[in-house]
Ligand binder design. Sequence first.
Ligand SMILES: Nc1nc2c(c(=O)[nH]1)N[C@H]1C(S)=C(S)[C@@H](COP(=O)(O)O)O[C@H]1N2
Ligand SMILES: [Mo]
Length: 311
Amino acid sequence: MLIRKPDDIKSSDITPESTYINRRKFIGRGVAFGAIAVAGSAAPWAVRAATGRRDEDVQDEPLTSYEHVTTYNNFYEFGTGKEDPSRNAHTLRPRPWTVTVEGEIDKPGQYDLDDLLRGITIEDRVYRLRCVEAWSMVIPWRGFPLSKLISRFEPTSKAKYVEFHTLYDVEQMPGQRGRVLPWPYVEGLRMDEAMHPLAIFATGLYGEDLPNQNGAPFRLVVPWKYGFKSIKSIVRIRFRATQPQNTWAIVAPNEYGFYANVNPEVDHPRWSQKRERRLPGLFKRRKTQLFNGYADQVGHLYAGMDLRRNF
Ligand SMILES: Nc1nc2c(c(=O)[nH]1)N[C@H]1C(S)=C(S)[C@@H](COP(=O)(O)O)O[C@H]1N2
Ligand SMILES: [Mo]
């Protein structure tokens, strides 16, 4: 079976990462889930993730374990180490959550997240996440196409791009006291990218609400782009006529672009993008796929564009 529960994680899967994953915590979690299983009720996420849709692209790829998905994170608002977000993100309060929607739309306003979600069907779907640092995971996300929400705001004909902001609150996000990045974290998509059915408004993973470290209460998942486009804990959505800036392209414009499409042919200036390391593996055994394997679905969005220049 492809769906793996925490209690059947093989030790061969976790050993390579024992350098940065606290093994005791790992085993502790396994025992906790094991106890639930003995009591006769399967963990709810295991059931839902098993019924979640698997697209052709990921059919043969095992899911990355819940432990890896939730303890190996990039979320600089809670520290720059991969384990920092899982240790520190308990200070984030994902409810109540207000989202400001503004710019080139007919329905601007401040919305309560639960009001926004009312009437929207939320599904479980498996997609890859590929970090620009050349590691990747396969994650059973929970969410829905971002386009469903965007259409409700009635964008005007001037809306060519959409910009997203993460929460800026040093009490809830203590990493924002440091100046490692300019805060708040910002990202953007071209409207046709944002309206593509693979651009996901994610509210959960493994059949449960998003853990704080993964971007609670909601984040983007843009599976054909490097992970930094998948902005977490969003409080502002702004529709624009002009291309927004995005955090990593502001910080290092020669290394990170606006498009950030996964592309084995366009190397990062400091490392190759030709291969990738699928967690929990240690080695770059996998060939990187153009658009992270979603070329058939999204390739047309970039027809005629020079992807070396628009990296
Ligand atoms: N607000 C915010 N969003 C963010 C980041 C961040 O530091 N801050 N890191 C990005 C990067 S580089 C990656 S690879 C993904 C990681 O998502 P995950 O930790 O849920 O796997 O989140 C992205 N979203
Ligand atoms: Mo990343």
